[in-house]
Design a protein around this ligand. Structure first.
Ligand SMILES: Cc1cc2nc3c(=O)[nH]c(=O)nc-3n(C[C@H](O)[C@H](O)[C@H](O)COP(=O)(O)OP(=O)(O)OC[C@H]3O[C@@H](n4cnc5c(N)ncnc54)[C@H](O)[C@@H]3O)c2cc1C
Length: 383
């Protein structure tokens, strides 16, 4: 079969581009994935108890982009959902990002009241202040509070998550962790926060329901490379894989998810509880909070960070360190040498953490700026 486009990887990036090319350009797409399902890391399924689970870790949709929201709304109805996260500190479950309610829960009222006043006088209300900035404040009381938050909410979690100390990571990442001077306990403050009413997999199937799109699962790019006939390609797999690791393997952090079924209707008061200072796992998510299902049992997802072993574990998070960016830049130079018939996009190809809305936004932009524009130009030149 000859197609106009081969798209490698059926996550949010690949599916958005497949949908746009099929519906807006009326061109034929072959969408392949090495996994046995579409949806990439956002794939979900029902377990033996009927609970909707996210196979590759809990995925909560949130965005400030009306464009992304409107685009995805064509393929799903939404269930309003505001995610809440607590962290266990000194045996108490306090809201994170650390806010004025966390302060009140952890400290005696007189101290909490004084610090609250100091924070509001210094920064204002409803403001997110990076923890590293607060640690450098001239007021010693604010510095002490910032140190407490840094040590108890952030440091242990970072060690477990990355097996590295915060100072070994990109300060742009670590420095962004906020203290939220607010009483808003929600984890996100985005304009649009909701879960696809029937799950992500249902959303993807609607996106791909088009006669111009053929899907081939359990198939890697290498297996198909010489067999498929296509004019152009979008590759959303790992960039180092594409170039046969000529500059080495890009480092990733991986995760293990242990599923625990509880014979209770509800176990946690909020969707996710973080354990920055105890145990080997970082957090536990009760999926029913995300799906809104009412069932007599519940499934908990316990998250253990682990080293990534290429070929054995899933590459989840690029490790944000200077030397890794430098290694990625070597691959970027290779990408720049490609002629316009191959486009690389998505979190694995860009070696960058994207939220789902960012992956969709990038794919929409790539379609508008590159794919559609080049197609118009080549039609103009009589192709
Ligand atoms: C643990 C975790 C939790 C997250 N939680 C959230 C959240 O709450 N909210 C949020 O907005 N975002 C979240 N994200 C981010 C979200 O997963 C990404 O935004 C999204 O996966 C990006 O889509 P993508 O298409 O770029 O990549 P992916 O979803 O990874 O899709 C890439 C696809 O390419 C396939 N592939 C790779 N190589 C090949 C090859 N050689 N041949 C064939 N197929 C190949 C893979 O199998 C995969 O299906 C989370 C990420 C992780 C790791």
């Amino acid at each position: 079969m000859k197609v106009d486009w081969l798209i490698v990887g059926a996550g949010f990036t690949g599916c958005t581009l497949a949908e746009r090319i099929a519906t807006q350009l009326n061109q034929k797409v072959l969408l392949i994935d090495r996994r046995n399902h579409v949806g990439g890391n956002a794939y979900d399924y029902h377990d033996q108890n009927g609970i909707l689970l996210h196979k590759y870790g809990p995925h909560i949709f949130h965005t400030n982009s009306k464009k992304v929201w409107d685009y995805l709304s064509a393929f799903t109805e939404w269930r309003p959902y505001h995610h809440h996260v607590r962290a266990v500190i000194d045996g108490k479950k306090v809201p994170v990002p650390f806010n004025l309610n966390s302060l009140r829960q952890l400290f005696p009222p007189s101290y909490a009241g004084r610090m609250e006043a100091a924070l509001m006088a210094e920064y204002g209300f409803e403001v997110k202040v990076p923890i590293l900035k607060m640690r450098e404040h001239s007021n010693p009381e604010l510095r002490t509070l910032a140190d407490f938050i840094y040590k108890n909410v952030f440091y242990g979690y970072t060690l477990k998550q990355w097996e590295l100390k915060p100072e070994q990571l990109d300060p742009l990442v670590t420095g962004r962790v906020p203290v939220y001077i607010s009483r808003d306990d929600r984890y996100f403050q985005d304009t649009y926060q909701a879960m696809p009413r029937y799950g992500y997999s249902a959303l993807f199937h609607r996106m791909l329901d088009n006669r111009n799109i053929r899907i081939l699962l359990n198939t890697t790019f290498r297996e198909l490379e010489d067999l498929a006939r296509f004019n152009r390609m979008v590759y959303t797999g790992p960039v180092d894989d594409y170039f046969n690791h000529i500059h080495g393997h890009l480092p990733y952090r991986s995760l293990r998810f242990d599923l625990v079924t509880a014979d209770e209707e509800s176990v946690q008061e909020v969707g996710t509880i973080n354990y920055p200072n105890d145990y080997d796992f970082t957090r536990i998510t009760e999926q029913k909070h995300l799906s809104g299902q009412r069932l007599p049992v519940s499934t908990l997802v316990v998250e253990y960070p682990q080293r990534h072993v290429p070929g054995k574990t899933e590459p989840y998070y690029p490790i944000p360190r200077e030397e890794n960016y430098a290694q990625y830049n070597l691959y970027l130079k290779e990408v720049e040498k490609l002629n316009g018939t191959v486009l690389l996009a998505g979190r694995l190809a860009d070696y960058k953490y994207y939220n789902m809305d960012q992956a969709v936004a990038h794919a929409l932009k790539l379609f508008e700026d590159c794919v559609a524009r080049q197609e118009t130009a080549s039609r103009h030149h009589g192709r």
